[in-house]
Design a protein around this ligand. Sequence first.
Ligand SMILES: Cc1cc2nc3c(=O)[nH]c(=O)nc-3n(C[C@H](O)[C@H](O)[C@H](O)COP(=O)(O)OP(=O)(O)OC[C@H]3O[C@@H](n4cnc5c(N)ncnc54)[C@H](O)[C@@H]3O)c2cc1C
Length: 369
Amino acid sequence: MKKILLVGGGIAGLTMLRLLQNKGHHIRLIEKQPEWQISGTGLYMPSNGVVALEKIGLGDVVRQKGFIVSTRHIMNAKGNMILDLDLEKIWNREKPCLGINRKTLHDILLKGIDHTNITLGLTIDKLKANHDNVDVTFSDGKTDTYDIVIGADGLHSNTRTLTLGNIPLRKVTAQICRFIIKRPQHINSWSLYIDTIGQFLIIPMNDTEAYCYVNRKTKGFKTFDKKEYMKPFEKFAAPVSTILQDWNSETSHWDDLEELSPLSIMGKDRIVLIGDAGHGMPPFMAQGGALALEDAVVLSTLLENKDWSTIATSFTKHRTDRINWTRTRNRKREKLSKLPFWIAKLGLKKVGEKNWTEDYRPLAESPNW
Ligand SMILES: Cc1cc2nc3c(=O)[nH]c(=O)nc-3n(C[C@H](O)[C@H](O)[C@H](O)COP(=O)(O)OP(=O)(O)OC[C@H]3O[C@@H](n4cnc5c(N)ncnc54)[C@H](O)[C@@H]3O)c2cc1C
């Protein structure tokens, strides 16, 4: 029986645990939070993430508990349509994408997991990679030895730092604001309202709830007084202006966006980094959750091979093309998001659908797992 340590209980870690728990291994997941704290609000799950969820047998339940998103609407501040994208066409499948509450997805991933495999409030202090195993020192001072260690501990991964040293994060933008609202009944699609001052996105998460993702354009990293942040959006047409009547800066989630420098190997020997720990990037393509799910599916397949001594190398080989493509396209989208509004609008009208289709083309192809 082989021993596996999973560090981090987010999307990547919990999916990995689900996939490995009945394979005859001894598996342990440690999560540094003393109790589950699901950060964020909602998640837009593009079709390749839904395909991965189907692969692990959760396709029906996420469709039932989330909201099927088949169109993207991009509008100006008055609510006039700039681009109407048919996601079934872009992804070449029915019911392609989803909006879902992050807590709902977390609960779905946790259901059916043997909880005796999980320890909350624990992390790692030291890792020592040997040829045949990895020695681990935990934050409670105890030690153990594992056949592999899987770092699924997010963008600021300690597994990564203990394995590869300090890899820099690039600061991308500051003050993204997210919050949950009662779903305006006519909002059935991914609905983005844009203007010179920024972007206001509404994504349905289920029949009754939606979440908003708001990015106010700045030069450099200027930060705003949080209470004043939404002022310019109050001039937008309904539903934005009506949503903002009840907005509360203190109950909203505020994030800075960062990107991890590309890693030539996601880990080292028997230590593997998955999800944001291996390739964290800002959500311009909304791919972080989807790639984390894909990582878990691919790694669980690779672990069916008997030799785990170079698992980090083989995992990297299987994932590099898809991740590099996404990173490159994500950076292109980051640049586009900073264009003056009139140029962005013209570009969206003329080549929006073509660009969008090309951005997701390789991710829409059937994966080789
Ligand atoms: C503003 C914003 C919006 C986003 N929107 C989307 C979207 O719409 N769609 C999408 O697909 N992606 C989106 N993402 C990205 C997505 O949230 C991440 O890619 C995804 O959560 C990565 O999952 P993960 O499991 O790798 O890491 P995480 O979700 O970060 O989970 C890591 C887990 O490890 C734990 N942990 C951390 N350090 C340690 C440690 N040392 N020891 C033990 N445990 C530890 C953490 O507590 C956490 O539970 C967004 C990100 C941001 C910032």
